[in-house]
Design a protein around this ligand. Structure first.
Ligand SMILES: [Zn+2]
Length: 361
């Protein structure tokens, strides 16, 4: 094996007029693009993208629905359309599932340059080099490495502002964990250049959230794009995507995500609460478990302002139900990426401390 390291990082354009740069960025890849995405995403983005490419020499030859699930079958279906085969490049529109379908088709089935156009700002899917795929019935299947992220990411903040604020809200919750989990996993460990770079960049996964999160949610509720909304869209999409790409899987997640997987053992959590929402609660538990009380003080006002959960009852969970939750959390492999042994007592104590904290704050 060759002795070398390489790294692709996400490139992006952001703003209400982000699509205006499509001709300039995409011209060298060809003239014909096929747009692939969800029904709602394609409908929302079509007027913007058509206006942006008018008279530019780039043409969208077809709009193709991705099939509704990020499945290998749908990726095959997309790649087998005449328009996909005839296109020089693929424009993917939508959220994680649509974009992961495009990523799988473009990297693994029939190689084409891919450009992503996220229409919500919930996850790093538009910027990551992985496709998280499912079976057609929605059951999780596997994560596939695509080798590199999309050629370029076009983030139209007017479109993100029009999307339901729930996506942005859950995205904030999930993004919040990234800095604290990566910092914890990398602590006292010998890390590579790029891992160290990723951990440093990771502070940008929570600082803009604390500063701009509440205003961004308010703006999204009012369907107005703003400087704050742009900061949060970039944090949820670009910062998380960049950190994940740099740090790799062993540093990516631990206590917050393990406890989240534990909590989703309970049917009411699995059914009624979003991943990012549950992770946000678990991040506070991580901070108390790790003795970072000052960080809880720093995050708590944001949680209250945008109504992220800070106590068990907000997730419809009682302390008596925690047995299988903690057991599952401690069995997730991620939990071993902490520099000390995480114990049952440690998690119970942190959860109890957080319940008490709620009573006094
Ligand atoms: Zn997550």
């Amino acid at each position: 094996m060759a002795n070398l390291t390489f790294q692709y990082l996400p490139c992006y354009t952001v703003g209400p007029d982000a699509y205006e740069r499509v001709p300039e960025v995409c011209a060298k890849y060809g003239k014909k693009a096929v747009a692939v995405g969800g029904h709602r995403a394609l409908a929302a983005a079509k007027p913007f993208i058509e206006k942006a490419i008018k008279d530019s020499g780039i043409e969208i030859i077809d709009y193709v629905w991705y099939g509704g699930e990020a499945s290998l079958e749908n990726a095959e279906m997309v790649a087998n359309t005449e328009s996909y085969k005839n296109a020089d490049m693929v424009f993917g529109f939508g959220g994680g599932k649509a974009l992961d379908t495009c990523k799988y088709a473009c990297a693994i089935i029939d190689k084409k340059p891919l450009f992503t156009f996220p229409t919500i700002a919930a996850t790093c899917a538009p910027a990551s080099a992985e496709a998280i795929m499912y079976y057609p019935n929605g059951e999780a299947r596997d994560t596939y490495q695509c080798g590199r992220p999309a050629e370029h990411i076009f983030i139209n903040t007017d479109i993100i502002a029009q999307a339901p604020d729930l996506y942005l809200w859950a995205g904030i919750g999930d993004t919040m964990a990234k800095h604290f989990e990566t910092e914890l996993a990398a602590r006292d460990r010998k890390v590579s250049f790029k891992q160290a770079l990723g951990v440093e960049i990771g502070t940008m996964c929570y600082k803009p959230l604390v500063k701009y999160g509440a205003k961004a949610i308010e703006d999204c509720k009012n369907n107005t794009s703003s400087e704050e909304l742009e900061q949060i869209a970039l944090t949820n999409i670009i910062t998380t995507g960049t950190v994940s790409a740099l740090v790799g899987v062993t540093i990516n997640s631990n206590i917050a995500h393990s406890l989240c997987y534990g909590l989703t053992v309970l049917p009411q959590v699995e059914k009624n609460h979003l991943h990012g929402e549950v992770v946000s609660y678990c991040t506070l538990v991580l901070l108390f478990a790790d003795g970072q009380d000052d960080k809880v003080d720093e995050l708590y006002p944001l949680y209250k302002a945008i109504n992220l959960p800070t106590k068990l009852s907000q997730l419809e969970v009682t302390r008596e139900e925690l047995g299988p939750v903690i057991e599952k959390a401690l069995s997730v492999e991620d939990i071993n990426f902490v520099p000390y042994k995480v114990t049952e007592k440690m998690l119970y104590d942190a959860i109890d401390k957080l319940e008490e904290y709620n009573k006094t704050h």
